[in-house]
Design a protein around this ligand. Sequence first.
Ligand code: GDP
Length: 416
Amino acid sequence: MSTNIKIIKKVLNGYVGFANLPKQWHRKSIRRGFSLNIMAIGESGLGKATLINTLFNRDIITSQHDSDEFDEGEEEDVSVKIKSTQAEIEEDGVKLKVSVITAPGFGESINNVEAWKPIVDEINSRFDSYLEAESRINRTAVVDNRVHAFLYFIEPTGHSLRALDIALMKQVHEKVNLIPVIAKSDTLTDEEILEFKHRILADISHQGIKIFKPTDFEYDEEESANTRSIIDSFPFAVVGSTNEVQTPDGRLVRGRKYPWGVIEVDNENHNDFVKLRQLLVRNFLEELKEHTANVLYENYRTEKLKRMGIEQDNTVFREFDPAAKQEEERALHEAKLAKMEAEMKSVFQQKVSEKEKKLQRSEADLFARHKEMKDKLTKQIKLLEEKKAQLEKQKLLPQDPPAQPAPQKSRKGFLR
Ligand code: GDP
């Protein structure tokens, strides 16, 4: 089938005004505010709370390390819990809603074989809620609780990834923007960090694990160099601290003080914290969200609908085909209605059968009472008949003369 589409390019000879669109978009975004949902996963004590609080420069979450719930002494079977904390922060009039999801208890059991499960369940359930909200007829306020960035904290062992790290990353890498970080990197030397980074990247590629890679917009040289330097620093070796310390040259900086010197959090020569912040907040927040919505969520949704028996048109142009999308949504809606109808039918049938049983019971009751009364009446009739017969018998017997009253004596002893 051939289509005759003519594209007419015209030179504008008057100012239309769409050059103003970025400004409009900017104003709207500022008014609406921004949001970011981060999942921070790793064993307790690896500096997750400290790093999140360092990233946003305020106490957003408290350490799970200090809580009594997860004492290092109790190493038996610790269950993994999911905890979510929200905070709204403002900087120069721009609002950012941050949601931090952690999994206290992860990696703390003797047997950590399925430690990833509650985490994967949480990611899926957030996708499901979005899918459900999207399929509602009224879709005006769909809240996006999907995980936009997944920070995985690797213990600074200096060796290579552990089985637990690989298992977790393999389970989540197709559902989230995975960003592995080497925790507490100030405990390793520069050479150890380099060596460790190489090993981690080799393991990740060997295992076929996908990590988030920002798009390199090559048309902007400065931006492009910056993006490449971010990618080259993977996996980020980070240091967190919200405390200010004094450097030997008298500056007050966020960092950690040691007898041999100060590790500065915000110094790119000391660690990769600045690069992580650029990736998460400064440069790629919208890309993280877009990739979540357009790739990760779309894949999840397609898989889910397929599993529900709805084949989709899986071409690259699918999202540009509104009719297919509408059809998909209609099918999803109908499937939901059918399920509701089936549920209602089953409830109705159950109610009817309960009522029938009740009626049968009261019918049996009534019958028993009727029989009891009938028996009683029959007995009474029999008794009355017996009495009647007795009376009739008495009537037939010869009657004795009526008895004379005994003569009474008078006071004087004479008979009266
Ligand atoms: P979480 O359990 O993973 O949330 O860990 P926390 O943030 O509570 O940190 C546990 C301990 O490690 C605290 O004593 C922190 O001061 C310390 N810590 C946090 N980040 C770093 C870091 O980058 N380097 C070092 N050396 N210690 C850190």
